[in-house]
Write a protein that binds this ligand. Structure first.
Ligand code: ATP
Length: 238
């Protein structure tokens, strides 16, 4: 069986700066895979390349066995790959409802779209209560819920989340992480990029540690959580 996503010897550069230096990993349907690592390790660049926003210098990205590197980003969304970017990128002046609908821009099944809007409001009641308000009035954590809700509106086969816990209070972070666990339990395949290694690895079937453009260590979430070098470098232990 081919994996849902396969990344093979991927290299990505910004001009002369090589941000990703030949990484390989794959994700099976139904798995949660976490990429952890410090600032500048190349995690966001990896996600941007998978979703078609950047073109690799070399290497391949395959989704359901088909090559997608070089495919325009909007086509990749249509194939079932959604990306909730770092910094959330919600449209502050548009309403919460309009932001969610943007996630469904390629869909034509009105009844299905409405059912998924209802699910988003069920999952995140605050979004339902304030659906007619400008999205910019939401708190950071609520905006993260909106960004996740919007990505889910495309009914993705693979959901990529870039730093969903960034800048959130511990309570909000807990809420976002339990939502990710819920999505996992419902069978959603997720590629999670996080600086919060403890949370990201606890949720993950597999994890990869990225350091300056390379994967330095891989294992199950549990293996990495108990790995001494990971504990020292990423979990703040002596
Ligand atoms: P962070 O959590 O800080 O986003 P990251 O692991 O996601 O870290 P990237 O954002 O992928 O790392 O950055 C990898 C490298 O590429 C860094 O050295 C960064 O400075 C560089 N980089 C990222 N975006 C650009 C850009 N638009 N132009 C030039 N260099 C960039």
């Amino acid at each position: 069986m081919t994996a849902l996503l396969e990344v093979e010897d991927l290299r990505v550069a910004y001009g002369k700066i090589e941000a990703v230096k030949g990484i390989s990993f794959s994700i099976e349907a139904g798995q949660v895979v976490s990429l952890i690592g410090t600032n500048g390790a190349g995690k966001s660049t990896t996600l941007r390349t998978i979703s078609g926003l950047l073109k690799p210098v070399s290497g391949q990205v395959r989704f359901e066995g088909r090559r997608i590197d070089g495919t325009p980003a909007n086509k990749i969304v249509g194939m079932g790959l959604a990306h909730s970017p770092e910094g959330r990128r919600i449209f502050a002046r548009m309403t919460i409802e309009e932001n969610l609908l943007l996630g469904a821009f390629l869909r034509r099944d009105q009844a299905g779209i409405q059912a998924d809007m209802d699910r988003a409001y069920e999952r995140f009641p605050i979004l339902g209560e304030r659906r007619k308000q400008a999205a910019g009035t939401l708190s950071g954590g609520e905006q993260q819920m909106l960004a996740m809700g919007r990505a889910l509106m495309s009914q993705p086969k693979l959901l990529m989340l870039d730093e969903p816990s960034m800048g959130l209070s511990p309570i909000m972070m807990q809420k976002i992480m339990s939502t990710i666990a819920e999505l996992r339990d419902q069978g959603t395949t997720i590629l999670l990029v996080e600086q919060n290694a403890q949370a990201a690895l606890s949720l993950a079937d597999h994890g990869h540690v990225m350091e300056v453009g390379r994967i330095s260590l891989s294992g199950t979430g549990q293996d990495l959580l108990t790995d001494e070098s990971v504990r020292k470098a990423y979990l703040g232990e002596d």
